[in-house]
Design a protein around this ligand. Structure first.
Ligand code: MTE
Ligand code: MO
Length: 221
């Protein structure tokens, strides 16, 4: 007796087997090539092609001559940059996605500016420093962990798609921290305070998350 003649010890589930055989033939459940859109979009977000404007209602009208940036707090070497001093720093171009907590995401924004890493290298945060507060010319503020502010792709941006950053989007200079929801990217940036202890900014005082990682959907505290 060869193997094919072994008596079966029950009834085969013919319907199920037939159906599964059909799935294999049809490729049921296969999604084809990985969908880059899905993998690029954090949970609960949708892609937009325009660039919405979100602010508190005040749009500071700052010339580059009016603008300056102060960096102070728990740092060894506080500094204040005029526009000229800022533009004299090494310049970096980056392409990043924006994820706003109001659920829109905008891909492939091309920025130019000075990296946060470069700035932190100059001011040298003290060993116990762990948070920063960004402060803006419209009275806005936002807090975030220092290690996330120090991410390689965090920029103090003055240019978007090759053009000076418009007034409504935070020109002359805004923060651009692509790994966090966009409310952490303070427009019309005026000051950065490095802190030992965390302290809530404008939206963080109103129920928004102290960190704000879109991949963990850290929208609210
Ligand atoms: N100074 C300042 N920065 C700000 C805000 C603000 O009201 N004032 N709004 C934040 C929010 S909630 C978002 S989503 C983004 C919006 O930036 P945009 O108007 O360039 O899209 O800026 C963030 N930075
Ligand atoms: Mo936002």
């Amino acid at each position: 007796m060869d193997d094919d003649d072994v008596p079966l010890l029950g009834r085969l589930k013919d319907k199920l087997i037939g159906a599964k055989q059909d799935w294999a033939r049809q490729g049921r459940g296969l999604t084809g090539a990985p969908d880059p859109k899905r993998r690029r979009l954090p949970p609960g977000q949708r892609e937009v092609s325009d660039w919405p404007v979100l602010d508190l209602g005040i749009t500071p009208d700052l010339s580059t001559a009016d603008w300056s940036l102060t960096v102070a707090g728990a740092v060894e070497a506080p500094l204040k940059w005029s526009w000229d001093a800022f533009m004299a720093q090494p310049q970096t171009e980056l392409v990043t996605d924006i994820h706003c907590v109001t659920t829109w995401s905008r891909y492939d924004n091309r920025w130019a500016g000075v990296t946060v890493r470069h700035l932190l290298g100059l001011v040298r945060p003290r060993p116990q420093a762990a948070f920063v507060m960004l402060k803006s010319f419209d009275g806005y503020s936002t807090n975030l962990p220092l290690d996330l502010f120090a991410a390689e792709d965090a920029l103090l941006a003055h240019t978007w798609q090759g053009e000076p950053l418009s007034r409504e989007h935070g020109g002359p200079v805004r923060a651009m921290i692509p790994q966090l929801y966009f409310w952490k990217s303070a427009k019309w940036l005026r000051a950065i305070t490095v802190m030992d202890k965390d302290s809530p900014g404008y939206w963080e005082l109103r129920g928004y998350h102290d960190v704000g990682d879109p991949w963990r959907e850290e929208r609210y505290r």
